[in-house]
Design a protein around this ligand. Structure first.
Ligand SMILES: Cc1cc2nc3c(=O)[nH]c(=O)nc-3n(C[C@H](O)[C@H](O)[C@H](O)COP(=O)(O)OP(=O)(O)OC[C@H]3O[C@@H](n4cnc5c(N)ncnc54)[C@H](O)[C@@H]3O)c2cc1C
Length: 493
């Protein structure tokens, strides 16, 4: 197995997009087979050496940053083993945890298939996506990665292998019985907390009568190492329409979204959005530093996509134009992508925003203060109003963008100095408290990692976190995996 301990390589594993500092480790291991991965875990377990699992390092909560011990990088488990068309349409694919999302998207597309759940960051690994329960723009219509995972291979801390297929291991109420490939049986007592009824990536996924696959999705490298993922693919649509609609009032943009979600209204009956993404006025101002053509008086924008087949495109465009007009945006101020190249350009603008925020923070040496809150659809306007009033009162620069179709938007605060950074983290907590009081979640897709422990405890209380600790210890009795992810490692002692 390739093992690296030269400082340059090690340093490249001590960062992600959380911008947290101080990580350190002895070496980075690059297993090329499941056997090598298993024996590395056995050795570390026996010696009590902490192991941090690394995907592509695009996470934003410090999950792959080690604070001691060794790193296991999944980069070499990067084979797409097959893409197999299914009789009833779509396909099944089996991929190594180190497959880059962009590579899977490209190959699937070339074979006539489509994988919509995201995330926006296409350089991430599928293993990292599964470990963080990632989602993206297409999740509005099709759900998160959870809705596409058919099975997982997971290596436990002691090197034992779990082969999980949907339907194979189902919990009875909150008890889950598993058998490893070698025949060892494990009985897990699952936590009793109730998850929020919104898209959620905060802590372990637990429910009565749940599938074991769902427990390991979103485990953030604390329960086991995902080595392989079996995914469902959809048939590639004949085309995807993409558009930016700009609004001179934020309320009109929100009205537009509510209408777009309400399919079936007569004159809008062709609308069936694949994605609905939002940018507030600050986000547009920030973006216009790079994209000079953004309409200067725009106060909000909604980016949307919709699949079409031959012959349906013009009816769909008519419906969207009717809605755009109804919500007081000007069709002349609307960017419809006509070609695949245009569409790529529009998607790039959406991707540039988090990238530019991350660049700003890196340049100014601040850790990320970006929310990942989701609330119920009925609370969207209320929450948006609350963000604006709270942040304006705190006199902080910020911008809001993200998955408005799922009432899941990222507030990114842009501090200018240390005092503002401190104030930003205080305000962040106020926003999370409000969301939780409404039944929302502090993290809908980025996970808790090392930066959001406090918010996980706010969501489930001390008892909820203790239940997670107990669950982790049942699967990782030596407490070596993903230390400080989800909760402080001191709780494991
Ligand atoms: C510009 C930008 C845009 C983004 N947009 C989105 C978005 O739209 N939606 C979204 O959900 N996220 C988004 N992200 C965050 C990030 O891309 C996702 O969280 C992604 O899923 C992380 O994958 P990764 O391979 O980079 O994982 P890493 O950052 O390497 O690791 C993330 C966590 O998963 C664990 N892990 C990684 N691989 C495995 C494995 N095989 N087994 C067990 N544990 C493992 C790690 O220990 C760590 O805790 C964005 C990030 C950036 C920088």
């Amino acid at each position: 197995m390739l093992i690296k301990n030269d400082p340059d390589i090690i340093n490249s594993f001590l960062e992600d997009y959380s911008n947290i500092k101080g990580g350190f480790c002895d070496e980075v291991m690059f297993p090329e087979t499941e056997e090598e991965l298993s024996s590395a875990l056995v050795d570390c377990s026996k010696a009590g050496i902490p192991v941090t699992i690394s995907g592509a390092g695009t996470g934003v909560t410090g999950g792959r940053i080690p604070f001691g011990g060794k790193v296991i990088s999944l980069a070499k488990l990067n084979r797409i083993k097959y893409i197999k068309p299914l009789k009833n349409g779509g396909a099944e694919t089996l991929v190594g945890a180190g497959v880059v999302l962009e590579d899977l998207l490209g190959l699937a597309q070339s074979k006539g298939f489509f994988y919509p759940p995201g995330p926006t960051e296409k350089t991430s690994f599928i293993g990292g996506n599964a470990a963080t329960s990632a989602s993206g723009a297409g999740s509005f219509k099709y759900g998160t990665i959870r809705d596409f995972v058919l099975g997982l291979r997971v290596l436990l801390a002691d090197g034992e292998i779990l082969e999980l297929e949907r339907g194979k291991y189902i919990a009875k109420k909150r008890q889950l019985k598993l058998a490893t490939v070698s025949g060892k049986t494990i009985t897990l007592k699952l936590p009793e907390y109730v998850m929020p009824k919104v898209k959620n990536a905060s802590g372990y996924y637990v429910k009565d009568d749940m599938d074991a696959v769902d427990l390991f999705i979103g485990g953030e490298g604390t329960l086991g190492v995902i080595s392989e993922i079996k995914l469902r693919l959809l048939n590639k649509p004949e085309g995807i329409l993409a558009c930016y609609a700009f609004f001179s009032d934020e309320k009109d943009a929100v009205e537009f979204v509510y209408n777009a979600k309400e399919k079936g209204a007569d004159h809008l009956n062709a609308i069936d959005a694949l994605s609905l993404e939002y940018m507030d006025r600050h986000a547009l101002e920030f973006l216009s530093r790079k994209h000079k053509n953004i309409p200067p008086n725009a106060k909000a924008a909604v980016y949307f996509e919709q699949e079409f087949s031959n012959g349906t495109e013009s009816g769909i465009i008519d419906s969207w134009v009717a809605l755009i007009t109804k919500c007081h945006s000007e069709p002349a101020n609307t960017w419809f992508a006509q070609t695949a190249k245009d569409k790529e350009k529009l998607a790039e603008i959406r991707h540039d925003l988090p990238d530019m925020v991350n660049e700003y923070l890196k340049k100014n040496n601040f850790s990320k203060v970006g929310t990942d809150i989701a609330v119920e659809c009925k609370d969207l306007s209320l929450m948006l109003g609350y963000y604006n009033s709270t942040l304006t009162e705190a006199n902080l620069s910020y911008l809001i963008f993200g998955h408005i179709g799922e009432s899941h938007m990222h507030v990114n605060i842009l501090p200018k100095d240390e005092a503002e950074h401190k104030r930003a983290t205080e305000v962040y907590e106020i926003l999370v408290k409000k969301a939780i009081s409404l039944g929302g979640t502090p993290s809908a897709e980025h996970g808790i990692g090392k930066t959001k422990h406090k918010y996980l405890e706010m969501l489930y209380g001390e008892e909820g976190v203790s239940e997670m600790v107990r669950l982790k210890k049942q699967l990782d009795p030596y407490s070596i995996l993903g230390l400080d992810n989800l909760f402080p490692k001191e709780l494991l002692i």
